[in-house]
Design a protein around this ligand. Structure first.
Ligand code: DGT
Ligand code: CA
Ligand code: CA
Ligand code: ZN
Length: 571
């Protein structure tokens, strides 16, 4: 595990424990620093080596106190306060904090009143109906906890794409420099850019497989070697992710890449096409009788089967093979097609950077425009802006516009309140270039209530983008219940785009909903919801989900030139 992650996790843990003890503000300070560390692209040890404690204090959310703790950890390998704080609560109790539906106060009550010390004990007690009798609990919260336990069980074995992808790329990059290696490339669900990853599959072309196996199994981040063979090894990495590496000859690389990219269902369908055409397809190549026809590249395999190349993101056997046969594959939006990010936060609400820093970073990415969307007044915990601050914010956006070379659009992420009204009156909304609307409360409303609330918000003439439409957090929070089709149809009708939020644990809309939305004629906006300059790179994950949802440039409003986007925003 990288030092950044290690320290971030310690800070998160301390925040949880302090919160359970009822300590004020400290938990949120620890969390803020942890989130910044987690998404920092530079290793914290390098920052410290170059600039010392002072440089550590430049990390958003890290003041003198926390910088000192980071220094202590980097120098001694431990953090005294961490040990003191965390010792006060059994590890299992802290783990209970991860169960969706359980906050620190409830966890503390379970521990103190019922002596529940682990997730297992919690499950037993919930199933036995023991929780409902506790003050502040009820049958409903007991059910919520059981559902929460289910979510973490399902999520336990899989990691987010956003976590696995950098790890896989880094390993592939190192493997590609091993003596004798020609190519090293990630395959599997990772190459298909699935939202979560079961294990990291990497394929390597080399004439010296033994060297690859030695290097791979001895990498510093390997925690356990599960199997080490002559051409295939499996390890568990320190982040808890499993990884498989296979070494092949160049002659089979394309067929192996095809096979190990999957998905399994896509492979099965493709193999049937091969059989119909008198071939046999395996990871070793495409064969006629027993003689090798081809296998060096995926492209030639698909071509021999009479098909155009099918992008990995589509390979789920969800109609892509039929579309390929009719030459009707979508002209997928490319990873560099985005012309601007339309949902970002700054220090004006809960972001870590200034408007100018964010705009500068967006300009560096080559964007043509960028839109700021800090939180509206009801978001107290996120430091949402009241009307007075909103006006100051708009002024600053004007100032920054004069300093940067890209168009700065003035927006806000405005809460859709429980009754479907927006958090600012139209008098203010009309001053904005774009309004991003979100549901941030009452996630447990009934399907009818939630659908009604969203449709009501859509009646507002200034709403442009419906952000993270389902409200889910992968592995942590289920989507709220609403009639997606009704909402998508209304969005189309009213000229509102549905967001495909790129934040790694959101990816919301998810792939199948992107596809459904597009089929219904809706437009999509792919945004990062960045809270720091480090987050802007998340756009890749959003584009990936949009590609998995068959999106083309014509469907994505922020892949359009400014003029066309502005026309859409005017509704
Ligand atoms: P994951 O790891 O659960 O996120 O998903 P994948 O798709 O990476 O699955 P994995 O790692 O078990 O296997 C990698 C690929 O190998 C998979 O996408 C397709 C291929 N594969 C694995 N098992 C089978 C199989 O039984 N039949 C066929 N046709 N292909 C398979
Ligand atoms: Ca895999
Ligand atoms: Ca695998
Ligand atoms: Zn946001």
């Amino acid at each position: 595990m990288s030092k950044n992650r290690e320290i971030a996790e310690m800070f998160f843990e301390m925040a949880d424990v302090l919160e359970m003890q009822g300590v004020d503000w400290k938990p949120s300070a620890y969390r803020k620093a942890a989130r910044a560390l987690e998404t920092l692209s530079e290793p914290v040890e390098e920052i410290f080596a170059v600039g010392g404690v002072k440089a550590l204090m430049d990390i958003p959310g890290v003041g003198q106190g926390l910088a000192g703790k980071i220094e202590e950890f980097l120098k001694t390998g431990r953090m005294k306060e961490f040990l003191q704080v965390v010792r006060k609560v059994p590890a299992g109790v802290e783990e209970m904090m991860r169960v969706p539906g359980l906050g620190p106060k409830k966890v503390m009550r379970l521990y103190k009143d019922l002596k529940i010390k682990s997730v297992e004990q919690l499950e037993r007690a919930a199933k036995a109906g023991k929780l409902r009798r506790l003050a502040g609990f009820g049958i409903k919260s007991e059910e919520d906890i059981l559902r929460g336990l289910d979510i973490i069980k399902k999520g336990a074995e899989r990691v987010l794409l956003g976590v696995a992808l950098p790890v896989a790329r880094e390993i592939a990059e190192r493997l590609s420099r091993v003596d004798g290696v020609k190519v090293a490339e990630p395959a599997g669900s990772l190459r298909r850019m699935s939202e979560t990853i079961g294990d990291i599959d990497i394929l390597v072309i080399s004439k010296k497989p033994a060297k690859v196996m030695d290097f791979f199994t001895k990498m510093p981040e390997v925690k356990t070697v599960i199997a080490k063979g002559p051409t295939k090894s499996t390890v568990i990495l320190s982040e808890g992710v499993q990884s498989d590496v296979r070494v092949l000859d160049g002659k089979s690389f394309g067929s192996a890449l095809q096979y190990f990219t999957g998905s399994k269902d896509h492979n099965i369908a493709l193999r049937q096409i091969a059989i119909k055409k008198g071939f046999k397809l395996s990871e070793y190549g495409l064969f006629k009788k027993d003689s090798y026809v081809c296998g060096r590249s995926e492209k030639e395999i698909y071509a021999r089967l009479g098909l155009p190349f099918i992008p990995p993101e589509l390979r789920e056997n969800h109609g892509e093979i039929e579309a390929a046969q009719k030459n009707k594959l979508p002209d997928l939006i490319s990873y560099d097609a985005i012309k601007g990010d339309l949902h970002m936060h700054t220090r004006w609400s809960d972001g870590n950077n200034s408007v100018e820093q964010m705009a500068g970073a967006a300009e560096k990415l080559g964007y043509e425009y960028v839109a700021f969307a800090d939180h509206s007044k009801s978001e107290h915990i996120a430091n949402g802006m009241d009307e007075k601050r909103l006006l100051q914010y708009l002024k600053e956006l004007d100032v920054v516009q004069k300093k940067v070379g890209i168009r700065v659009l003035k927006g806000s992420e405005v809460d859709i309140l429980a009754d479907g009204s927006l958090d600012y009156s139209n008098e203010y909304l009309k001053e904005l270039d774009l309004v991003v609307g979100s549901v941030h409360s009452r996630f447990k409303s009934s399907r009818q209530e939630m659908t009604g609330r969203i449709l009501k918000a859509f009646e507002n003439p200034y709403l442009n983008i419906f952000a993270h439409p389902s409200g889910r957090l992968i592995g942590r929070r289920e989507p709220y219940d609403f009639d997606f089709e009704k909402v998508a149809l209304a969005a189309k009708e009213r000229g509102i785009a549905l967001e495909c939020n790129s934040y790694p644990d959101r990816l919301d809309l998810k792939d199948v909903h992107v596809r459904k939305a597009i089929e219904l004629g809706c437009k999509i906006s792919i945004d990062t919801d960045s809270h720091s300059v480090e987050h802007l790179r998340f756009i890749e994950f959003g584009v990936a989900q949009a590609r998995r949802g068959w999106a083309e440039v014509k469907d994505v409003i922020n892949a359009w030139p400014l003029k066309k986007l502005e026309k859409f925003l005017r509704r």
